[in-house]
Design a protein. Structure first.
Length: 519
């Protein structure tokens, strides 16, 4: 998207004061929108392309399966734990300032990722990148809402959503093509490309957009953010370590970490219940529909995150599918959501979100069960096997996304919509964090069982350094297949559970009767 030439606009200092209750003059709003689209693209492309690049990363720097999990989870932990605090920081410091700070930190961390020589340093850089994302992601939509008046806000958000969907769809395709053409070390450019994209966003924000007024008395729940980070980190680390025995002073380390994490979750709940401005408004969970929608979100995004993280590993390292083909995995999901979310949202306004949420979750469950059956049977067909399942999954998700938002937003008062949206976003991120941690252990345990403890084999999702003898290669492929099948069966069960919860808790109006909305 091209912006107007710089000379077409006078300096910010000579602009007339903003009108219609926004901080940004009308002629400057396009720059807010472009910056928000670019920043969203950073997060979307980074998440999807890293999954495709993971076999190359592991081969290039020698990362184990557990380290591969934490290359993903270091980022996901900070994003899920801090995203609500990141939104509050935008209010406290001013959206333009905090949004720009989040982008800058994300860029710096991306360059550290690109230069990381070891898995440990890459995990550390990804963790810093997640902190930047926790500030950047909520700021992207919030600054559009604050810059545009209500009359123009819907169109601006629509453009932002459409452009974000396009980058989400095209990013993995382009990234997969690059990974196929060059050697394993090219994965570093996936992170380095964030510099020009983020640099343009920063230039527009700081050079073209006036500052907005902060909310002076808004507090940031630092204690809640720390408790959330430590508790989720302990649970995720414990789940990651479940595949192996690790004892410290005679104590089973995974069990201790998971148990300690849940104890800290209890402390987090107590802290939030007593904090005057908590980052998570627990009172919203008293509403049955809101609680049900978030529970369904957790199980559905648990399933989705697991498959989208581990499926590329099986295809590239296990089946030998080219990255250029695997890049198309994400296309049905992005395209279906972009094309169908609007019509499905209108349908949900009429009949209620219950039926589309339930039907969509069941379609996703069928798609994941289909992937499990293909892997269990050793049917290595990408375009005629895996890809149709991904199309079915995309259709299912397109039936869920808009109705799920409707269920969340109609369950609470209008004054709480921002908090409700933030909580639902955080729940989906936490689900992905737990899924990658827990199901990596499932994959590792299943791989070891099929391989019979053969130490000559690479681990699940790891490309062999050298050509294996035919019998070992057959065993390696079979172990990869069965490991992913176990992951996919768990994912199918999670999607099915999301459908049941949706049917029991989501509102479903009578035919032709609009769903009541709180005012």
């Amino acid at each position: 998207m091209q912006s107007s030439p710089e000379t077409a606009l006078p300096p910010i200092a000579h602009e007339p004061p903003p009108t219609r209750s926004t901080f940004c003059p009308a002629r400057r709003r396009r720059y807010v929108l472009i910056a928000a689209i670019l920043a969203s693209s950073l997060g979307f492309i980074d998440g999807s392309v890293v999954s495709i690049a993971m076999p190359a990363i592991r081969a290039d720097i020698g990362a184990s399966l557990s380290q591969a999990q934490w290359i993903s989870n270091g980022y996901a932990l900070m994003l899920s734990a801090l995203i609500l605090a990141g939104g509050a920081l935008g209010d406290r410091a001013g959206l333009r300032r905090s949004f720009a700070a989040g982008i800058a930190l994300f860029i710096v961390a991306s360059l550290l990722c690109a230069a990381a020589p070891t898995p440990t340093l890459l995990i550390a850089a990804r963790t810093v990148q997640g902190i930047g994302a926790a500030i950047m992601v909520p700021g992207s939509l919030a600054i559009i809402a604050k810059a545009y008046p209500k009359a123009d806000r819907g169109r601006a958000i629509g453009i932002w959503a459409a452009a974000s969907a396009m980058t989400t769809a095209l990013g993995p395709v382009l990234g997969g093509a690059v990974l196929s053409v060059f050697d394993d070390a090219v994965w570093r450019w996936i992170f380095a490309i964030n510099l020009p994209l983020g640099g343009v966003a920063l230039y527009l924000l700081l050079g073209k957009v006036p500052p907005d007024e902060p909310v002076p008395h808004r507090t940031i729940d630092i204690g809640g953010a720390l408790l959330a980070t430590v508790s989720l980190g302990a649970i995720a680390l414990g789940l990651t370590l479940l595949s192996g025995e690790m004892r410290i002073a005679g104590i089973d380390a995974p069990t201790a970490l998971i148990g300690g994490g849940f104890v800290l979750v209890a402390f987090f709940i107590l802290w939030e219940a007593r904090h005057p401005e908590p980052m998570m408004a627990l009172g919203l969970f008293r509403e049955r529909t809101f609680s049900g929608a978030n529970l369904a979100t957790f199980f559905l995004y648990f399933a989705l995150s697991a498959v989208l993280f581990y499926l590329p590993m099986m295809l590239i390292a296990g089946w030998g599918v080219e990255e250029s083909s695997v890049g198309f995995l994400f296309l049905p999901l992005s395209a279906a959501i972009a094309l169908l979310s609007g019509p499905v949202g209108k349908l949900s306004d009429r009949i209620g979100p219950r039926l589309p949420m339930t039907a969509g979750s069941l379609l996703v469950a069928i798609a994941f069960a289909g992937l499990a059956l293909l892997a269990d049977a050793g049917i290595h067909r990408f375009w005629s096997g895996v890809f149709p399942m991904m199309i079915l999954m995309g259709l299912g998700m397109s039936l869920v996304v808009s109705p799920l938002s409707i269920a969340v937003m109609t369950a609470i008062e209008d004054k709480d919509t921002g908090a409700a949206s933030g909580i639902n976003n955080a729940v989906s991120r936490i689900a992905g964090l737990v899924a990658v941690a827990a199901l990596g252990s499932v994959a590792a345990i299943r791989f070891a069982a099929v391989a019979g403890g053969d130490m000559q084999l690479p681990s699940f999702g790891e490309t062999p350094v050298e050509v294996l003898p035919p019998d070992l290669e057959m065993l390696r492929v079979q172990a990869n297949d069965r490991s992913f099948a176990a992951v996919a069966w768990f994912a199918a069960s999670g999607s099915l559970l999301a459908g049941v919860i949706s049917w029991l808790t989501a509102p479903g109006g009578m035919r032709g009767q609009p769903v009541a909305t709180r005012t």
